[in-house]
Design a protein around this ligand. Structure first.
Ligand code: BG6
Length: 490
C-alpha cells in the first residue's frame, strides 16, 4: 500500500476523514463493474483510511453473500488480480442491509459502523439507482437520520427535461444542501479529460490559437461498439441524447471551450463551464440526426415500435467572443463500427498555398489536434510535412503522445475511483452543478419538443447517412486514416 498521498486537481490535499459509505444499488450493474472494484482499488492504494461500506439493494443478501458477490465483481471487473491478503482486509469492511428491512435497520448498521470508526466519521451515500428510485432513496436516508455529516453522490440522468430537472433539484434541496450534493459525470473523472485543462492552461503555445480565428470546427465523437448490455428498460426511456450527450459530451465540451478559470478550484471552474452552457445556442432539430440500429426493436425489453434513438449526431454553437461561428459536432451511438472517445480540433487552413498542384497539400483535411479520452489516453497533432526525396510532395505527419510514455500509467485512478475520493474530500471540482444541468436541458428544449425521426443504420456502421450532410463541407475524423502509433513504433 502507498502512504495515501497523491496530487489533487487543485494541488491541495485535504485529508480523507473516516467514512461509512452507503452504497445504494450495491448489487446493480454499475456497482459490480465499477464501484466495488473501484473501492477495492482505493483501499489498496491507501486512499480509504478508516472506512466501512454498507451495501443495500433489493436483493435479500446477508453480509457474507454480499462479500461473495463483491469478491466476484472485483475478480471479474477489477483492472488487476485481487490479492487474497488485500481482500481479507477489504472484505471485512463490507456489510449489507436489504432495502426491504427499512430505514431503521439501515440506521442501525450505519450506527454500528460509526461506533467502530469514531465520532468524526462522515457518511457518503452513493445512489447507484435508476432515476425513478432516486427521490425515494433520499427519503429513506432522511427517515434513517443519515443526512447529517453526509455527502451524497447522484448518478445521471438528472431529470429528463428542464421541468423534471428543476423539480428533482427542488426536492433534493429539501433534504440535502447543495454543498452536500455531488452529481457525478464519470467522463470528467477520466485522466484524459483533466489533461485538457493541463494542456490548455499550463502551456503558452496553444491558448493563443484556441479561438475562432484559428479553429475551424471541433468534433466530439464517442462511438461505442457496445449495445444495450441488458439495460433495455433504462435505455428505452433514455436514448443516446439523454444518456450521453446532455451529460458526458457536453461536459467534455465545456472543458474544451471554457475561458481560463481564475483558479483551479470548484467555484471558478464551475462558473466558467456554466458560462459556456449559457452561451450555447438552443439546439435546432434540423441540425440533429437521430438513428436506431437495425434489430434494436427486436431486443428483449424494447418496444416493437420504439422511437428511442440509439445514435445521435448534432451540430451546436457557442455564441460568445471566443467561439462565435465555430461549429461543434457531437456524435455518439451504440453498436457502431468502433469504440472511441475523441475530441478533435480542426485548425483553419492557410490563406494561400504556394505548393504545386498535386503536391498533396490539403489532400488529407486540415491540421488536427486530437485528444483520445481512452483509459490509455493519447494526444496527436497532425500537420503537413515534406516527403523525403526530390520535388515537393507533402504527407500528413503527426506528433503523438501516449500516457504510457510517462511510465506512470499505474498511478492513474479510474474515473469513478477518482470521483468517489474527491467526494470524500468534499472537492466539487469535477462534479456538475444544478445550474449547469438545468441550462443544458434548457438548450435541449427545441430538440426534445420536436425530435427529428429516427433513421435506421446498420449495426457495425458509423451511423445513418445524413451524418455526412450534417458535417459537410467538413468530414468526420473517425475512422482514422492512420492508426495511433504504439510504443516502439516510429
Ligand atoms: C454511461 C452510459 O454513462 O457511459 C453508457 O450510460 C455508456 O451507455 C458509458 O456506455 C460509456 O462510458 P465509458 O467510460 O465506458 O466510455
Amino acid at each position: 500500500m502507498s502512504d495515501g498521498t497523491r496530487d489533487t486537481l487543485s494541488g491541495s490535499m485535504s485529508p480523507v476523514d473516516p467514512h461509512v459509505i452507503v452504497l445504494v444499488g450495491a448489487t446493480g450493474d454499475l456497482a459490480k463493474r465499477k464501484l466495488l472494484p473501484g473501492l477495492l482499488h482505493l483501499f489498496e492504494a491507501g486512499l480509504l483510511p478508516g472506512c466501512r461500506v454498507v451495501g443495500t439493494s433489493l436483493d435479500d443478501f446477508d453480509d457474507d453473500q454480499f462479500r461473495e458477490f463483491a469478491r466476484k465483481a472485483c475478480d471479474e471487473f477489477g483492472a488487476r488480480p485481487v490479492r487474497n491478503q488485500d481482500w481479507q482486509e477489504f472484505g471485512a469492511l463490507l456489510g449489507y442491509v436489504p432495502q426491504g428491512a427499512g430505514p431503521a435497520a439501515l440506521a442501525d448498521v450505519v450506527a454500528a459502523a460509526e461506533t467502530e470508526l469514531g465520532e468524526q466519521a462522515r457518511r457518503l451515500h452513493y445512489l447507484s439507482v435508476p432515476p425513478k428510485a432516486a427521490l425515494p432513496v433520499v427519503r429513506t436516508l432522511d427517515e434513517a437520520g443519515l443526512v447529517a455529516r453526509s455527502r451524497i453522490i447522484m448518478e445521471k440522468p438528472f431529470g429528463t427535461d428542464l421541468d423534471s430537472a428543476v423539480s428533482l433539484n427542488t426536492e433534493l434541496h429539501k433534504t440535502f444542501d447543495e454543498a452536500q450534493i455531488f452529481r457525478i459525470d464519470h467522463f470528467l473523472g477520466k485522466e484524459a479529460a483533466q489533461n485538457i485543462l493541463a494542456f490548455r492552461f499550463a502551456n503558452g503555445l496553444f491558448e493563443p490559437i484556441w479561438n475562432r480565428n484559428f479553429i475551424d470546427h471541433v468534433q466530439i465523437d464517442v462511438p461505442e461498439k457496445l449495445g444495450l448490455e441488458s439495460r433495455a428498460e433504462f435505455y428505452e426511456s433514455t436514448g443516446a441524447y439523454k444518456d450521453m450527450v446532455v451529460t458526458h459530451l457536453m461536459q467534455v465540451l465545456a472543458f474544451m471551450a471554457m475561458e481560463p478559470p481564475t483558479e483551479l478550484a470548484p467555484a471558478p471552474i464551475s462558473e466558467e463551464k456554466n458560462k459556456v452552457f449559457r452561451s450555447m445556442k438552443p439546439l435546432e432539430p434540423a441540425q440533429v440526426v437521430r438513428g436506431q440500429y437495425g434489430g434494436y426493436r427486436d431486443e428483449q425489453g424494447v418496444s416493437p415500435e420504439s422511437d428511442t434513438e440509439t445514435f445521435v449526431a448534432l451540430r451546436c454553437e457557442i455564441d460568445n467572443w471566443r467561439w462565435a461561428g465555430v461549429p461543434f459536432f457531437l456524435r455518439t451511438g451504440k453498436r457502431l463500427a468502433e469504440g472511441a472517445r475523441i475530441i478533435s480540433i480542426a485548425f483553419r487552413e492557410p490563406p494561400k498555398s504556394m505548393f504545386p498542384h498535386g503536391s498533396g497539400v490539403g489532400a488529407h483535411g486540415p491540421d488536427h489536434l486530437t485528444f483520445d479520452l481512452a483509459e490509455a489516453a493519447k494526444l496527436s497533432l497532425s500537420f503537413y510535412g515534406k516527403r523525403p526525396g526530390t520535388g515537393m510532395k507533402l504527407d500528413k505527419l503527426s506528433l503523438q503522445f501516449a500516457l504510457e510514455e510517462t511510465g506512470r500509467e499505474g498511478s492513474v485512478l479510474e474515473a469513478y475511483e477518482r470521483l468517489i475520493h474527491d467526494a470524500m474530500r468534499g472537492d466539487h471540482t469535477l462534479f456538475t452543478t444544478a445550474e449547469g444541468i438545468e441550462r443544458l436541458w434548457d438548450v435541449s428544449r427545441p430538440l426534445l419538443a420536436n425530435p427529428p425521426p429516427v433513421r435506421a443504420y446498420a449495426a457495425g456502421s458509423w451511423g445513418p447517412n445524413p451524418i455526412h450532410q450534417l458535417i459537410a463541407p467538413h468530414a468526420w475524423r473517425l475512422p482514422f486514416e492512420r492508426t495511433w502509433r504504439s510504443r516502439g513504433s516510429i
